[in-house]
Design a protein around this ligand. Structure first.
Ligand SMILES: [Zn+2]
Ligand SMILES: [Zn+2]
Ligand SMILES: [Zn+2]
Length: 281
Protein backbone atom coordinates (compact mmCIF):
# COMPACT_ATOMS: atom_id res chain seq x y z
CA UNK A 1 0.00 0.00 0.00
CA UNK A 2 1.45 3.31 -1.07
CA UNK A 3 0.60 6.47 0.82
CA UNK A 4 1.68 9.94 -0.26
CA UNK A 5 1.28 13.24 1.56
CA UNK A 6 0.55 15.87 -1.10
CA UNK A 7 -0.13 18.84 1.18
CA UNK A 8 0.76 19.06 4.87
CA UNK A 9 -0.32 22.52 6.13
CA UNK A 10 -3.35 23.92 7.92
CA UNK A 11 -5.81 26.34 6.28
CA UNK A 12 -3.48 29.28 5.60
CA UNK A 13 -0.58 27.26 4.16
CA UNK A 14 2.97 27.73 5.42
CA UNK A 15 4.27 30.27 4.41
CA UNK A 16 0.77 31.63 4.88
CA UNK A 17 -0.84 33.56 2.06
CA UNK A 18 -0.82 37.07 3.58
CA UNK A 19 1.69 36.54 6.40
CA UNK A 20 5.08 38.03 7.14
CA UNK A 21 5.66 36.37 10.54
CA UNK A 22 9.12 35.13 11.44
CA UNK A 23 8.16 31.47 10.82
CA UNK A 24 6.75 32.21 7.37
CA UNK A 25 9.77 34.30 6.38
CA UNK A 26 12.08 31.52 7.58
CA UNK A 27 10.13 28.88 5.66
CA UNK A 28 10.44 30.99 2.50
CA UNK A 29 14.19 31.23 3.03
CA UNK A 30 14.61 27.51 3.78
CA UNK A 31 12.32 26.21 1.01
CA UNK A 32 12.14 22.40 0.48
CA UNK A 33 10.38 20.55 3.29
CA UNK A 34 9.43 23.84 4.97
CA UNK A 35 7.09 24.86 2.16
CA UNK A 36 3.75 23.33 3.10
CA UNK A 37 0.57 23.47 1.00
CA UNK A 38 -2.96 22.68 2.15
CA UNK A 39 -3.82 19.16 3.37
CA UNK A 40 -4.29 16.33 0.92
CA UNK A 41 -3.08 12.73 0.61
CA UNK A 42 -3.43 9.90 -1.86
CA UNK A 43 -3.53 6.15 -1.28
CA UNK A 44 -1.95 4.18 -4.14
CA UNK A 45 -3.20 6.24 -7.07
CA UNK A 46 -6.94 5.89 -6.80
CA UNK A 47 -8.11 7.01 -3.35
CA UNK A 48 -7.81 10.72 -2.68
CA UNK A 49 -8.23 12.26 0.76
CA UNK A 50 -9.58 15.83 0.71
CA UNK A 51 -9.73 18.37 -2.10
CA UNK A 52 -7.92 21.57 -1.01
CA UNK A 53 -7.35 24.64 -3.21
CA UNK A 54 -3.84 23.31 -3.86
CA UNK A 55 -5.03 20.14 -5.60
CA UNK A 56 -4.04 21.39 -9.05
CA UNK A 57 -0.60 22.36 -7.78
CA UNK A 58 -0.22 18.86 -6.31
CA UNK A 59 -1.02 17.34 -9.69
CA UNK A 60 1.73 19.43 -11.27
CA UNK A 61 4.28 18.99 -8.46
CA UNK A 62 3.95 15.24 -8.12
CA UNK A 63 3.00 14.22 -11.66
CA UNK A 64 -0.32 12.75 -10.53
CA UNK A 65 -2.86 11.23 -12.89
CA UNK A 66 -5.98 12.25 -10.99
CA UNK A 67 -8.18 10.73 -13.71
CA UNK A 68 -7.45 7.42 -11.96
CA UNK A 69 -9.10 8.57 -8.75
CA UNK A 70 -12.26 6.53 -8.21
CA UNK A 71 -13.00 7.62 -4.64
CA UNK A 72 -12.60 10.89 -2.78
CA UNK A 73 -12.89 10.96 1.00
CA UNK A 74 -13.67 14.41 2.38
CA UNK A 75 -12.98 14.99 6.06
CA UNK A 76 -15.03 18.20 6.31
CA UNK A 77 -16.06 21.31 4.41
CA UNK A 78 -13.40 23.69 5.76
CA UNK A 79 -11.72 25.41 2.80
CA UNK A 80 -8.30 23.82 3.33
CA UNK A 81 -9.90 20.38 2.97
CA UNK A 82 -12.66 20.99 0.45
CA UNK A 83 -12.48 23.58 -2.31
CA UNK A 84 -15.89 22.69 -3.76
CA UNK A 85 -15.65 24.48 -7.11
CA UNK A 86 -12.66 22.45 -8.24
CA UNK A 87 -14.98 19.46 -8.62
CA UNK A 88 -16.72 21.29 -11.49
CA UNK A 89 -13.68 20.41 -13.61
CA UNK A 90 -14.65 16.74 -13.41
CA UNK A 91 -16.18 15.30 -16.58
CA UNK A 92 -17.94 17.12 -19.41
CA UNK A 93 -15.63 19.07 -21.71
CA UNK A 94 -13.19 19.64 -18.81
CA UNK A 95 -11.67 16.17 -18.61
CA UNK A 96 -11.41 13.65 -21.41
CA UNK A 97 -10.26 10.01 -21.52
CA UNK A 98 -10.38 9.60 -17.77
CA UNK A 99 -9.22 6.22 -16.50
CA UNK A 100 -11.96 6.32 -13.90
CA UNK A 101 -14.81 8.35 -15.40
CA UNK A 102 -16.90 8.03 -12.24
CA UNK A 103 -15.88 9.84 -9.08
CA UNK A 104 -17.43 8.63 -5.84
CA UNK A 105 -17.35 11.33 -3.17
CA UNK A 106 -17.75 10.11 0.40
CA UNK A 107 -18.58 12.82 2.93
CA UNK A 108 -21.03 14.23 5.45
CA UNK A 109 -24.23 15.96 4.38
CA UNK A 110 -22.64 19.32 5.33
CA UNK A 111 -19.95 18.85 2.68
CA UNK A 112 -22.53 18.08 -0.02
CA UNK A 113 -24.58 21.12 1.09
CA UNK A 114 -21.43 23.28 0.83
CA UNK A 115 -20.78 21.93 -2.67
CA UNK A 116 -24.33 22.64 -3.89
CA UNK A 117 -24.34 26.14 -2.34
CA UNK A 118 -20.90 27.08 -3.69
CA UNK A 119 -21.38 25.77 -7.22
CA UNK A 120 -25.10 26.23 -7.83
CA UNK A 121 -25.08 22.70 -9.25
CA UNK A 122 -28.00 20.31 -8.87
CA UNK A 123 -27.82 16.58 -8.23
CA UNK A 124 -28.85 16.11 -11.88
CA UNK A 125 -25.72 17.96 -13.05
CA UNK A 126 -23.64 15.81 -10.67
CA UNK A 127 -25.14 12.73 -12.31
CA UNK A 128 -24.37 14.04 -15.81
CA UNK A 129 -20.78 14.71 -14.75
CA UNK A 130 -20.43 11.26 -13.14
CA UNK A 131 -19.98 12.56 -9.59
CA UNK A 132 -21.69 10.16 -7.23
CA UNK A 133 -22.24 11.32 -3.65
CA UNK A 134 -22.30 8.98 -0.68
CA UNK A 135 -23.42 10.51 2.62
CA UNK A 136 -21.68 8.82 5.51
CA UNK A 137 -22.77 7.82 8.96
CA UNK A 138 -20.23 7.71 11.78
CA UNK A 139 -18.78 4.24 12.45
CA UNK A 140 -20.53 2.70 9.40
CA UNK A 141 -17.85 1.09 7.24
CA UNK A 142 -18.22 1.18 3.47
CA UNK A 143 -16.39 -0.11 0.44
CA UNK A 144 -14.52 2.32 -1.79
CA UNK A 145 -12.96 0.41 -4.67
CA UNK A 146 -10.57 -2.07 -3.06
CA UNK A 147 -10.63 -0.30 0.31
CA UNK A 148 -12.78 -0.63 3.37
CA UNK A 149 -13.23 2.75 4.98
CA UNK A 150 -14.73 3.67 8.34
CA UNK A 151 -15.62 7.31 9.08
CA UNK A 152 -15.00 8.31 12.68
CA UNK A 153 -16.32 11.55 14.20
CA UNK A 154 -13.53 14.10 14.66
CA UNK A 155 -13.46 16.49 17.61
CA UNK A 156 -12.90 19.64 15.60
CA UNK A 157 -15.76 22.06 15.16
CA UNK A 158 -17.78 23.38 18.07
CA UNK A 159 -20.98 22.14 16.52
CA UNK A 160 -21.06 18.68 15.09
CA UNK A 161 -23.66 18.32 12.35
CA UNK A 162 -24.54 15.03 10.69
CA UNK A 163 -21.44 13.45 12.15
CA UNK A 164 -19.14 15.93 10.40
CA UNK A 165 -16.20 16.33 10.58
CA UNK A 166 -14.77 12.89 10.03
CA UNK A 167 -11.42 11.23 10.13
CA UNK A 168 -10.84 7.87 8.52
CA UNK A 169 -9.72 4.33 9.09
CA UNK A 170 -8.68 3.01 5.67
CA UNK A 171 -8.00 -0.69 5.12
CA UNK A 172 -6.73 -2.62 2.13
CA UNK A 173 -6.34 -6.33 2.89
CA UNK A 174 -4.06 -6.59 5.91
CA UNK A 175 -2.87 -2.99 5.65
CA UNK A 176 -4.50 -0.17 7.56
CA UNK A 177 -4.13 3.55 8.05
CA UNK A 178 -5.71 5.74 10.69
CA UNK A 179 -5.63 9.24 9.19
CA UNK A 180 -6.72 11.64 11.91
CA UNK A 181 -6.47 15.33 11.18
CA UNK A 182 -8.47 18.32 12.24
CA UNK A 183 -9.29 16.52 15.43
CA UNK A 184 -8.28 16.84 19.03
CA UNK A 185 -7.97 13.83 21.32
CA UNK A 186 -10.79 11.54 20.24
CA UNK A 187 -14.35 11.31 21.56
CA UNK A 188 -15.07 8.49 24.03
CA UNK A 189 -17.23 6.68 21.41
CA UNK A 190 -14.24 6.64 19.04
CA UNK A 191 -11.99 5.13 21.71
CA UNK A 192 -14.67 2.51 22.40
CA UNK A 193 -14.84 1.67 18.70
CA UNK A 194 -11.06 1.46 18.37
CA UNK A 195 -10.75 -0.65 21.53
CA UNK A 196 -12.79 -3.39 19.84
CA UNK A 197 -10.40 -3.57 16.90
CA UNK A 198 -7.44 -5.20 18.64
CA UNK A 199 -5.33 -5.25 15.48
CA UNK A 200 -2.21 -3.11 15.03
CA UNK A 201 -2.38 -0.36 12.42
CA UNK A 202 0.17 -0.24 9.63
CA UNK A 203 0.22 3.54 9.86
CA UNK A 204 -1.01 6.29 12.17
CA UNK A 205 -1.14 9.90 10.93
CA UNK A 206 -1.95 12.43 13.66
CA UNK A 207 -2.76 16.15 13.70
CA UNK A 208 0.29 18.35 14.37
CA UNK A 209 -1.24 21.82 14.01
CA UNK A 210 0.48 23.07 17.19
CA UNK A 211 3.84 21.45 16.48
CA UNK A 212 5.79 21.04 19.75
CA UNK A 213 3.17 22.75 21.95
CA UNK A 214 -0.07 21.36 23.34
CA UNK A 215 -3.16 22.54 21.45
CA UNK A 216 -4.83 22.76 24.84
CA UNK A 217 -8.35 22.61 23.41
CA UNK A 218 -10.44 20.10 21.55
CA UNK A 219 -10.06 20.99 17.88
CA UNK A 220 -6.45 20.11 16.99
CA UNK A 221 -3.34 18.58 18.52
CA UNK A 222 0.32 19.25 19.22
CA UNK A 223 3.11 16.86 20.21
CA UNK A 224 1.91 16.33 23.84
CA UNK A 225 -1.53 15.25 22.54
CA UNK A 226 0.07 13.18 19.74
CA UNK A 227 1.94 11.21 22.41
CA UNK A 228 -1.23 10.71 24.48
CA UNK A 229 -3.14 9.40 21.44
CA UNK A 230 -0.30 7.14 20.28
CA UNK A 231 0.26 5.72 23.79
CA UNK A 232 -3.43 5.03 24.30
CA UNK A 233 -3.61 3.29 20.92
CA UNK A 234 -0.58 1.26 21.97
CA UNK A 235 -2.33 0.21 25.20
CA UNK A 236 -5.32 -0.87 23.09
CA UNK A 237 -3.09 -2.94 20.81
CA UNK A 238 -3.55 -0.67 17.77
CA UNK A 239 0.03 0.57 17.70
CA UNK A 240 2.99 -1.77 17.86
CA UNK A 241 6.67 -1.54 16.95
CA UNK A 242 5.83 -1.91 13.25
CA UNK A 243 3.23 0.91 13.10
CA UNK A 244 4.58 3.90 11.19
CA UNK A 245 3.59 6.97 13.24
CA UNK A 246 3.58 10.32 11.43
CA UNK A 247 2.71 13.85 12.55
CA UNK A 248 1.06 15.95 9.82
CA UNK A 249 -1.03 19.14 9.22
CA UNK A 250 1.08 22.06 10.45
CA UNK A 251 0.48 25.73 11.13
CA UNK A 252 2.96 28.62 11.14
CA UNK A 253 1.41 29.58 14.51
CA UNK A 254 2.69 26.56 16.37
CA UNK A 255 5.17 24.89 14.13
CA UNK A 256 8.89 24.39 14.01
CA UNK A 257 11.04 24.00 10.90
CA UNK A 258 10.92 20.45 9.52
CA UNK A 259 14.42 19.40 10.59
CA UNK A 260 14.07 20.85 14.12
CA UNK A 261 10.68 19.26 14.69
CA UNK A 262 11.88 15.96 13.20
CA UNK A 263 14.68 15.86 15.78
CA UNK A 264 12.23 16.50 18.63
CA UNK A 265 9.38 14.25 17.42
CA UNK A 266 11.88 11.56 16.34
CA UNK A 267 12.85 11.06 20.00
CA UNK A 268 9.21 10.11 20.61
CA UNK A 269 9.13 7.74 17.63
CA UNK A 270 7.32 9.97 15.16
CA UNK A 271 8.16 10.88 11.59
CA UNK A 272 7.27 14.40 10.47
CA UNK A 273 5.42 14.76 7.16
CA UNK A 274 6.39 17.04 4.31
CA UNK A 275 4.76 17.76 0.96
CA UNK A 276 5.42 14.83 -1.37
CA UNK A 277 6.51 12.39 1.39
CA UNK A 278 5.84 8.85 0.18
CA UNK A 279 5.53 5.80 2.39
CA UNK A 280 5.12 2.18 1.40
CA UNK A 281 3.47 0.35 4.27
ZN1 LIG B 1 -7.29 21.61 8.38
ZN1 LIG C 1 3.18 33.31 9.27
ZN1 LIG D 1 -10.87 22.14 9.77
Amino acid sequence: MKFQYLGTAAAEGWPALFCRCEKCMEALKRGGKDIRTRSQAIVNDDLLIDLPPDTYLHKLQHGLDLSKVHDLLVTHWHMDHFFARELCNHGGCYSHDMLSPELHVHCAQGTLDTFLADTGWTMKICEERAIVWHILKPFESFTAGKYTVTPLPAKHMLEMKNGEPYFYLIEEGEKSILYCHDTGIFYDEVWEFLAKRKKPLSMLSVDGTYGPAAAGYGGHMGLPENIIVRDRLRELGLVDEKTVCVINHFSHNGGMAHDEFSALAGKEGFLVSYDGMELVI
